[in-house]
Design a binder for this molecule. Sequence first.
Ligand code: KG4
Ligand code: ZN
Length: 334
Amino acid sequence: MRILGIETSCDETAAAVVEDGAKILSDVTASSVKEQEQYGGVVPEVAARRQVEYIIPVIEQALTPDIDVIAVTIGPGLIGSLLIGTETAKTLAYVWQKPLVPVHHIIGHIYSAWLTGKPEFPALVLTVSGGHTELILMRDHGEFEQLGATRDDAAGEAFDKVAQILGLGYPGGPEIEKLATSGDPNTFDLPRPMLTSDDYDFSFSGLKTSVRRYLTSDVRYPDLAASFQQAVVDSLVGKTMRALAKFEVQSVLLTGGVSANQTLRNRLKNEVDNAAESNSAVAGVKFFCPPMKYAMDNATYIAAAAYFNFDRWVLPRDKSLFLTPKPNFKITTP
Ligand code: KG4
Ligand code: ZN
């Protein structure tokens, strides 16, 4: 089954053709992120205008012959951006008379793990992006139980805001990661909010305030960046390992834009691998994290998600033309 995936939830305009959920035939992404840098974050109106400009050329470039299905992100995301993708997808589905599959953006991110691997169920998923930080128990395709989430800022949002405090560019995650490589993560004793709380939730807004408090003229920025990054990684990894000890799973997945962070990747992989070796209760559990380019927003995982959930999510033909975006889409099966 050849699926054309379309992703326009934020400042990326992406289209990809994926066969049977794993074979990537094309993968094209345009972005307004460079332009957004001057504002220190994404301006929705600017993002939507670029979506309008990019969508047709991006799809034209990604298109291969013999498309069977069209899949599109319907939320969560910016309404103006989402509308461009959904209206285009609806039109193509109507003109080509093809089935249309709506996809949840974060669930899409999760399926990036299937592009290069075959995770077994149940799977514990840590999904971390600019707008989301969630721990999800995935018992099977299409079955997502939210174990915990951030109570305030998302992990990526914390990276972006701290980068802004330190006078770095947008998006902040890669900038902080770069700066942190020459810093000592043990310099500042920043808080690990909720690390010991009896749940699977996160909180990152206090951390940002602490960074601001340490910001004096003689502080070494690399040390502050490294200490901040360490605090975020400790929180994310700590709660994930806590969930791993509680729920019987076969796989641990790390997905979303923040999973591009090497410190986070390596730490979680090491802890999961060590637990799988030394703790009989989680013996054999495997760690999956997609290659960096699939961690960032793109359309390959939208097509993959649609493939593995086709029967569950596909719209009846007469409903396709009435599809509308869901900017506040919660994690349940679409
Ligand atoms: O998944 P994504 O591309 O878009 C959303 O769905 O939000 O994630 C973007 C987020 C941004 O907040 C960005 O700062 C963060 O991912 N990010 C990183 C890194 N690369 C991107 N955070 C930490 N370290 C990175 N290397
Ligand atoms: Zn995303």
